[in-house]
Design a protein around this ligand. Structure first.
Ligand SMILES: [Zn+2]
Length: 94
């Protein structure tokens, strides 16, 4: 389904939710029944919630505009913390 926008001369914009590709050039205004003409708009797509969109935008922006730092970050610790699971403690360590 897609949302299509139509405009009535008297009542302004009205929206219709229709299957993609089935939008007609005109429709009836929901208020007065007069002919409303289709208005072509940018596609109304959603990529989920705002947090996810912000994360995607930040990730894409880091490819062209990476954060500038004055020094490398802290060194990682030499040893990873020992797993709490006793069975994993017996595994060989690097
Ligand atoms: Zn109208």
């Amino acid at each position: 389904m897609a949302i299509y926008v139509y405009r009535c001369d008297t009542h302004g914009a009205t929206e219709r939710s229709l299957p993609i590709g089935t939008a007609q050039r005109t429709t009836e205004c929901t208020t007065c029944g007069a002919t409303a003409f289709r208005v072509y708009t940018a596609p109304r797509l959603s990529l989920g919630d705002a947090t996810r969109r912000a994360l995607i935008d930040r990730t894409e922006r880091s490819a062209d505009q990476p954060d500038v730092v004055s020094s490398p970050g802290p060194r990682p610790t030499r040893r990873a913390p020992v797993a709490a699971n006793p069975a994993l403690r017996r595994l060989p360590r690097p």
